[in-house]
Design a protein around this ligand. Sequence first.
Ligand SMILES: Cc1ncc(COP(=O)(O)O)c(C=O)c1O
Length: 452
Amino acid sequence: MSETAIRLVTEIPGPGSRAIVARREAATPQGAAKLTGLAIERGQGSRVEDVDGNRFIDLAGGIGVLAVGHCPEGVSRAMAEQAEKLIHMCAIVGSYELYVQVAERLNALVPGDFAKKTLLTNTGAEAVEAAVGLARVHSGRQGVVVFEGAYHGRSNLTMAMTSKFSLFKKGFGPFASEVYRFPFPYSYRRAPGVSEEEFIAEQEQRLRECFVSVVDPAHVAAVVVEPVQGEGGFIPAPFSWLVRLREICDEHGIILIADEIQSGMGRTGRLFAIEHSGVVPDMVTTAKSLAAGMPLGAVTGRAEIMDAAHPGGLGGTYSGNPLACAAALEAMETITHPEFLARAQEVGAQIRECLNKLADRFPGIIGDVRGLGPMLAMEIVEGGDNRKPCMETTAAITTETLKRGVITIRAGLYSNCVRFLPPLNIPDSDLREAMAVVEESVKVVSDQRSGA
Ligand SMILES: Cc1ncc(COP(=O)(O)O)c(C=O)c1O
């Protein structure tokens, strides 16, 4: 008898979850985002169990952190062993080999046939901040170019670099200066009558224009780009556009930084999303799936840029903590395995096939299915040829999947995309079960919308 992954034994959220969430609301600020009403007790692989004994399939993966799934055996074991030996040292005070090993591994894995060095941080935002700081010191320039729809974090500089104002920035200014925003080729939202090819060609031209109309290239230290926008709605940058961007950076001595915090570590079926385009950035930021859920970020880049800051100019109490490094080494060991990446591509093909079928069946709801490899999303609209974003329908779909035992989350400038971030080693049976729930949920919401 084959057991289903999903097991629901109470209403969702159940009484135990509701009680903990009520205490959370009383004890913690409402500003700290909370996408579901679940209180989770444990996780294994692609499944999590809440405090009421309900079991869910997790297609959010801690927002793209769990490429290798919840509590993979190797990671848990390595962390337990490390916890017996050394939990904290502070790399400012003393060196430990794990820290060096993570840096060496990233130096070898990040694209680029040149000498590299890696700085370890606690979070993605911190990695982006450090990358920009190093680019500024190295170039002696201040400007940073970012894109519409970008998300780079919640520190003051990375908030300035982030695009979506109402959700991430409202009321928090003033923001860091010297951040210049260019358009991003969001092909689905191109003008009617313009072909995709025409749109991309125009966007490539716009890049050059922006270096006249927005900022002078001689003022720009770095361009920071997500090869696939994450929070922006899983929008892959066209490869030819990335190639143009690289050319322009080369022409003007601008450092190209790929923010791979969400798209890296196998999420697109390659180790780094930028690899699909063949473009080699000067620096790459990673975090999220790098350490299987332990807080660890990294900047890996050309040795001469990484060495630009004076001794003591970089550092942090917990950066590259031994437990996080132990987890990262295990996670990277798994992710770099060719079989793991092949499985990730298969997972992507299966999700895409399912979403494409759904889009054919519900054209009034699903406006676009897009992404790169298994980093996929569907964009939800008001209907027919009307591409008006529909946040309410999107929220209704994620609510319905949760009620049926599948955790999904949103993304997008208009919060109208459902994004899929499953563990990349999710078994076929769990994936099929989860996608059947997604299908059923879209149908239920479609029926509700048409008043059936
Ligand atoms: C592309 C990108 N950059 C930076 C960040 C910030 O990472 P963190 O939340 O670890 O600070 C994120 C987080 O979602 C991200 O997706």
